[in-house]
Design a protein around this ligand. Structure first.
Ligand SMILES: Nc1nc2c(c(=O)[nH]1)N[C@H]1C(S)=C(S)[C@@H](COP(=O)(O)O)O[C@H]1N2
Ligand SMILES: [Mo]
Length: 323
């Protein structure tokens, strides 16, 4: 069965696949890779180019070892759904941008690290990937629009990037910026948006164990529509904080004003921590729709990650921590 369907989790009948089934398949796939079987099977199952980029030189790095410290008591969202229902305003202000996003050119890709750091640098994405300890984590993702998913991201802890950057003691924030190129991203011709897409974290948030720089999804390089080649996953915060297709990390002592805060500061603030009891101005945040199962489920404080992050905020007074 596996030999016939190595990518079984993409198939509609496996919508109800459980975490353990995914993990078992993954182990078997890794075993086959070791035995040199993957390539021949892979070529027998051509993938739509929206879901895997054959030209991506990082493809050989995946799958990466699972870090099972982060448990999710929910079904994984089918890959097909997580890669066809997206928010990426650079390619349109609706959910079906996965085809338009294929225009994004992800090589060569240079990441700039600047501001309050020991030494500013420009680093090629493949050099960065080679330096970083890649692992896989199953994370929840909760959009401020009250939908959510659970996916296996691959990537590395953001604290490793902070270590590489070596911020000076005056740095308090790290600002992340998406690429800007109107020729690839039609959304960026909509001049009323404050491009490039920008958001940030405090250094304390960025170096929290949970904070993950994502480079892959479902054991493969990250699809363009999900923010290739590098995006953020800070899963206790709403989805709009998870900057996609990052080209720049700037360390600074000034709190950044994000893309969404610039547009609608009353609704989208800096902290944006998930809290079912703090409604959005226009809707409740008490529950969310799982885009995999279609079910409505209760939203959890800090999206269920309070044990890792609640302490960061315990002495903060007068901050709008939950919007
Ligand atoms: N550059 C950029 N990053 C972005 C967005 C965007 O429009 N542009 N949308 C954000 C929002 S609102 C969400 S919910 C997530 C969606 O990630 P996904 O498409 O991988 O589910 O990306 C976030 N990162
Ligand atoms: Mo979102």
């Amino acid at each position: 069965m596996l030999i016939k369907n190595p990518k079984g989790w993409e198939l509609p009948e496996s919508k109800a696949i459980s975490e353990s089934v995914y993990l078992n398949r993954r182990k078997i796939l890794q075993g086959m890779a070791g035995a040199g079987l993957i390539a021949s099977i892979g070529s027998a199952v051509p993938l739509h180019r929206a879901f895997a980029d054959d030209a991506d030189p990082s493809a050989k790095l995946y799958p990466v070892p699972l870090n099972d410290r982060y448990k999710v008591m929910r079904e994984l969202t089918p890959e097909k759904i997580a890669t066809t229902y997206n928010n990426f305003y650079e390619f349109g202000s609706h959910k079906e941008i996965y085809e338009a996003a294929q225009a994004l050119k992800i090589r060569p890709w240079t990441v700039k690290i600047d501001g309050m750091v020991e030494k500013e640098m420009d680093i090629d994405i493949d050099d960065l990937l080679a330096k970083m300890p890649l692992e896989e984590r199953l994370y929840r993702h909760r959009c401020v629009e009250a939908w959510s998913m659970v996916v296996p991201w691959s990537g590395f802890p953001m604290k490793e990037l902070v270590k590489l950057a070596a911020p000076t003691s005056s740095a308090k924030y790290v600002v992340m910026q998406t690429f800007e190129d109107k020729s690839m991203a039609p959304g960026q011709r909509q001049f009323w948006y404050p491009w490039p897409y920008t958001d940030g974290l405090t250094i304390e948030e960025a170096t929290n164990d949970l904070t993950f720089m994502v480079t892959g999804l479902y054991g493969k390089p990250l699809p363009k529509q999900n923010g290739a080649p590098l995006r953020l996953a800070a899963p206790w915060k709403y989805g709009f904080k998870q900057v996609k297709s990052i080209v720049r990390f700037t360390f600074t002592d000034k709190r950044p004003v994000s893309f969404w805060e610039t547009l609608l500061g009353e609704e989208y603030g800096f902290w944006a921590n998930i809290n079912p009891e703090v409604p959005h101005r226009r809707w409740s945040q008490a529950s969310e729709r799982d885009i995999g199962t279609g079910e409505r489920i209760p939203t959890l404080l800090y999206n269920g990650y309070g044990e890792y992050v609640a302490d960061i905020y315990k002495d903060m007074k007068g901050e709008r921590l939950f919007m």
